[in-house]
Ligand binder design. Structure first.
Ligand SMILES: Cc1cc2nc3c(=O)[nH]c(=O)nc-3n(C[C@H](O)[C@H](O)[C@H](O)COP(=O)(O)O)c2cc1C
Length: 132
C-alpha cells in the first residue's frame, strides 16, 4: 500500500506509527479478542491503517495488550482516538510515537500474536523499538 504523493514529491499525510501497552479492564477472552479484531480490521482496512497486536495470555484469559499501529498521520490519529476511547482497556502506556520511514506490517490490517511470559515482553519491546 503506498501513500499519496503530491506533485512536488512530499507526502501530504506522512506515515506515522504508535506503540503502546495496556491492560484489559475486565476478564478478556479469545471470543472478546475475535470481536475486537473484527471491528479493528474493518476500520483499519477502510482507513489505511496496518499493524500488530500482541496479547499476553494467562490461562484462558488475556491480561495485557501491546500494539503497533501505522498509517497516514490523520488516519492514525483517528485510530488512536478509537483505541483510547475503548473502555475494555486502560493504563495505556505509549512507548513510541512519531514518523516512520516505511510500514512494518504492510500486509496486515491487524496481525495478531498470542504470547506468554517473557515472549510478550520481548514482542512488546520489539514493537516499541524496531522497524526503522
Ligand atoms: C487492545 C485494543 C486494540 C484496538 N485496536 C484497534 C485498531 O487497530 N483499530 C481500530 O479501529 N480500533 C481498535 N480498537 C478499538 C475497538 O476495536 C473499537 O473502537 C471498538 O470495537 C468499537 O468499534 P465500532 O465503533 O466499530 O463499534 C482497539 C481496542 C483495543 C482495546
Amino acid at each position: 500500500m503506498s501513500d499519496p504523493l503530491d506533485v512536488v514529491g512530499h507526502a501530504p499525510d506522512p506515515l506515522h506509527g504508535l506503540a503502546y501497552v495496556s491492560t484489559p479492564t475486565e476478564p478478556f477472552s479469545d471470543r472478546d479478542l475475535s470481536d475486537l479484531l473484527l471491528a479493528a480490521r474493518r476500520w483499519n482496512a477502510a482507513h489505511g491503517v496496518t499493524g500488530k497486536l500482541v496479547v499476553l495470555e494467562d490461562g484462558d484469559q488475556i491480561v495485557r495488550f501491546a500494539q503497533w499501529i501505522e498509517g497516514p498521520r490523520n488516519a492514525l490519529e483517528a485510530c488512536i482516538r478509537r483505541i483510547v476511547a475503548d473502555p475494555r482497556h486502560d493504563a495505556i502506556d505509549v512507548r513510541r510515537r512519531g514518523p516512520v520511514e516505511a510500514r512494518r506490517f504492510p500486509d496486515w490490517d491487524m496481525a495478531i500474536q498470542p504470547a506468554s511470559g517473557a515472549t510478550f515482553a520481548r514482542a512488546a519491546d520489539d514493537l516499541s523499538s524496531g522497524g526503522d
